[in-house]
Design a protein around this ligand. Structure first.
Ligand SMILES: Cc1ncc(COP(=O)(O)O)c(C=O)c1O
Length: 392
């Protein structure tokens, strides 16, 4: 009954864990959820009120497929002022979340059978979305000692005449690592020289602490022409449920994305788009405040993880994750098919703490902990992880 396409897709493990956590909570079990990649803040007031005003003023009809003109203008201004990239309004397409922006982009440029380079560890949805559009995911091993940041020498052996695109997550989910300008320049020049399109997923762009952020498309006009920039409001403005993201690309790709989106969903909800507009033009301070809270939680989480014997981690300089190395416990789980899955299952069962197995990101020796939660939850959660590890 089902299409090959549907049967070929693996359900999202992170959404699966979250569903399990909700079920356990409904049964009255005390669970500390450090798995879900969602800020715990509410949407800033001024963004909400911009949406409320839009409802009251009946901004409730079909609008432009590519997104509200005011919103695209604000995005264009933001890209110019904050990222130093000039995109005209026709090069920006607003979509229903960054997830949808990525799907649109892949549909617009990847033919069935073409290869997409995905550095490991990767965000869970990349391989499945590539498969959905008929592309072939090609996983790229990266070096833990380089904080899992991909380099040209990691790519060299894997580039073929079928390579169409590379997906880069910067700052990275799941590792929290961030590329320096020099690292990025060497990497994307390697790709551009080989005609490989870069899908630059910059959704965590605002959430970084010690190292400055560089947007791929800002590096040169040649690179910009080969880059599809993806961004959104879920993480930076705590607007996960509103579902607003966007792509910025050359005009040819933007036109294709617009045609695809026009048939699929027309455009994202106008009310959500007004909320995003409010966030962009009125809520800079709120967003800066959230980042400073994330930084203090990152520092707290690191100080607590440092007290656990036998675990390492990737230096977390952005996003809101700690990617913890549990490889030293391999021996204890030697009879399990997957170290990280078994570790996470037992941690949930014995201590009631939910984290995501590295397996979900293609790297079984790790687990991902999200620190977008209260200091109290973070402290309790990490002390339970410590207790669990000491009991092994
Ligand atoms: C790296 C990355 N890209 C894209 C997304 C999707 O974000 P959105 O909620 O805007 O669809 C996420 C969400 O977890 C993410 O972590």
């Amino acid at each position: 009954m089902l299409s090959n396409r549907a049967m070929n897709i693996t359900p999202s493990l992170t959404i699966g864990i979250n569903t399990k956590v909700s079920q356990l909570k409904e049964q009255g079990i005390d669970i500390i959820n450090l798995s879900v990649g969602e800020p715990d803040f509410t949407t800033p007031e001024k963004a909400k009120y911009t949406a409320v005003e839009a409802i009251i003023h009946n901004k409730t009809r079909y609008d432009k497929v590519t997104g509200l003109i005011e919103l695209r203008q604000a995005i264009s201004d933001k890209l110019q002022n904050e990222n130093n990239i000039s995109y005209t309004l026709d090069q920006i397409v607003v979509s229903s979340g960054a997830k949808h922006a990525i799907t649109n982009a892949l549909m617009a440029v990847v033919n069935p059978g073409e290869e997409v380079l995905i550095p490991k560890p990767y965000w869970v949805s990349y391989p499945e979305t590539v498969k959905l559009v008929g592309g072939v995911p090609v996983f790229v091993d990266t070096d833990k000692n380089n904080n899992f940041k991909v380099t040209p020498s990691d790519l060299e052996k894997l580039v073929s005449k079928n390579t169409k695109l590379i997906i880069l997550s910067n700052p990275s989910n799941p590792t929290g690592a961030i590329y320096s300008k020099d690292e990025l320049e060497v990497l994307v020049n390697f790709c551009v020289e080989r005609g490989i399109i870069i899908l630059a997923d910059e959704i965590y762009e605002k959430i970084h602490y010690d190292c400055p952020f560089t947007s791929v498309a800002s590096l040169s006009d040649k690179i910009k022409n080969m880059t599809i920039t993806v961004n959104g409001f879920s993480k930076s403005a705590s607007m996960t449920g509103w579902r607003v993201g966007y792509t910025a690309s050359n005009s040819k790709i933007a036109k294709a994305i617009s045609s695809i989106q026009g048939h699929l969903v027309s455009h994202p909800s106008t009310i959500s788009q007004y909320a995003a507009l409010g966030a962009l033009v009125k809520c800079d301070e709120d967003m800066d405040e959230m980042v400073s809270v994330f930084k203090s939680r990152r520092d707290l989480a690191i100080s607590l993880v440092n007290e656990i014997d036998g675990v390492g981690y990737i230096e977390p300089d952005g996003a809101f994750y700690i990617f913890m190395d549990i490889s030293s416990f391999k021996e204890k789980f030697k009879n399990s098919e997957s170290l990280s899955m078994e570790f996470c299952n037992q941690l949930l069962e014995k201590e009631g703490v939910a984290v995501v197995p590295g397996m979900a990101f293609g790297t079984d020796d790790f687990i991902r902990l999200c620190y977008a939660c209260s200091n109290e939850e973070l402290t309790r959660g990490i002390s339970k992880i410590k207790k669990f590890i000491e009991s092994l």
